[in-house]
Design a binder for this molecule. Structure first.
Ligand code: 3PG
Length: 309
C-alpha cells in the first residue's frame, strides 16, 4: 500500500523547499499531503490520521496529536530543537522521533550577526554606533549553530570564548575559540553573548539576573535559541538595574515580559516573527533531509538522528 507523508507546518517552508521535498518523496513512491498555516489543531488531527510519517517545524506534537496518527511511525522535526515534540509519549506509542541537526545552522548564525550589527549601530538611527571588531563574543554551547557563529565571528575579528560542557577544551581550542570552564566566567567576560542551548528541564529559566548583571559594561545577550531558557523576571530586573545592558531575541518572551521590556527602548529588540531558520536554503536543507531520513527509516530501517530510542 502507498505510504503517506504529511508535511504539517504552521510556519510554511519556502516554495522551493516544498517542491524539492515532495519530489524526493514521490519519486520513492510516497503520497505527500501538505497542511500549512493551519490555525486550528483540529486540522492537524484530521490530516495526521492517514500519515505513516510526518515532517514538522515548531508545531506542537503532543500525545493527543500522536494518538490521532493511527498509522504514524515517524515524526521528523525539520530543524534542530525537538522540544515541541513529546518524545516520551511517542516512544510509548512506538513512534520514532528524529531531528535534522545542522541543516539550518548557518541561517541561524547569520541572523545572530544581523541582530548584533543592528544593535551595535543603534538600530540605524544615524548616531555613532560601535563595531564588533575586537569585542569579546561568548558562545554558550558550541553545537552546529555555535560553530557557525564562531566561523563568522572570526571574519568580524572578534575574540571568541566558548562554554560547552559536552566538549573537551582541546576540541573548543581546535575549533578556534578559547574555552572557559564555567557559565559564570563566560558571561562575566563577554561583551556579546550568543545563546545556543536547547530547552530542557535543566536549562529552562537558567539564564537570569545574576548572569546578566555580571556581564561587562554595555554588554548584550542575543538569543536565537529558545525563549524558555530565560528567567524572564530576572531579565527584566537585570535591565532595570543596569541601564547599559541589552537583550536581543529571535523568540519573543511572554506578552507581559515583552511589554515590560518595551520600556527599555533600543536596549530590547525582538524579531516580529521567529526568523532564524527562515531562509530558502535552510528550509530546503532541513525539509529535504527530513524526506531522505523518512525514506531511509521506512525502507531500510535507518535510525540515524532518532532522538527517542
Ligand atoms: C530549530 O530548532 O531548528 C529552530 O528553532 C528552527 O525553528 P523553526 O523551524 O520553527 O523556524
Amino acid at each position: 500500500m502507498t505510504k503517506t507523508v504529511l508535511i504539517a507546518t504552521q510556519k510554511p517552508f519556502a516554495a522551493e523547499a516544498k517542491t524539492q521535498t515532495q519530489a524526493i518523496l514521490e519519486e520513492a513512491g510516497y503520497s505527500v499531503k501538505v497542511l500549512e498555516s493551519y490555525a486550528d489543531e483540529a486540522d492537524l488531527l484530521g490530516a495526521i490520521a492517514e500519515a505513516d510519517a510526518i515532517i514538522v517545524r515548531s508545531d506542537k506534537i503532543h500525545s493527543g496529536v500522536l494518538d490521532a496518527g493511527k498509522n504514524l511511525k515517524l515524526v521528523v522535526r525539520a530543524g534542530a530543537g525537538y522540544d515541541n515534540v513529546d518524545t516520551a509519549a511517542a516512544k510509548e506509542r512506538g513512534i520514532a522521533v528524529m531531528n535534522t541537526p545542522g541543516q539550518n545552522a548557518n541561517a541561524v548564525a547569520e541572523l545572530v550577526f544581523g541582530m548584533l550589527v543592528f544593535s551595535a549601530r543603534g538600530q540605524y538611527d544615524g548616531k555613532p554606533g560601535t563595531e564588533l571588531k575586537g569585542k569579546t563574543l561568548g558562545i554558550h554551547a558550541l553545537g552546529n549553530v555555535g560553530m557557525n557563529v564562531l566561523r563568522i565571528a572570526k571574519g568580524f575579528d572578534m575574540e571568541v570564548l566558548a562554554f560547552d560542557p559536552y566538549l573537551a577544551d582541546a576540541d573548543i581550542s581546535a575549533a578556534g575559540a578559547t574555552p572557559v570552564s564555567t557559565v559564570e566566567e563566560l558571561y562575566a567576560k563577554s561583551d556579546y553573548l550568543s545563546l545556543h542551548i536547547p530547552a530542557t528541564d535543566e536549562t529552562k529559566n537558567s539564564i537570569g539576573k545574576a548572569l546578566l548583571t555580571s556581564m561587562p559594561q554595555g554588554a548584550a545577550l542575543v538569543n536565537t535559541a529558545r525563549a524558555e531558557v530565560i528567567d524572564e523576571a530576572g531579565l527584566v530586573e537585570a535591565l532595570k538595574e543596569r541601564s547599559d545592558l541589552r537583550y536581543l531575541t529571535d523568540i519573543a518572551p511572554s506578552e507581559a515580559t515583552h511589554a515590560a521590556l518595551g520600556e527599555f527602548g533600543k536596549r530590547y529588540f525582538a524579531t516580529p516573527k521567529k526568523m532564524g531558520a527562515q531562509t530558502e536554503e535552510a528550509n530546503t536543507n532541513a525539509a529535504t533531509a527530513a524526506a531522505r531520513q523518512i525514506i531511509g527509516f521506512l525502507e531500510r530501517g535507518e535510525r540515524k538522528h532518532v532522538v527517542n530510542d
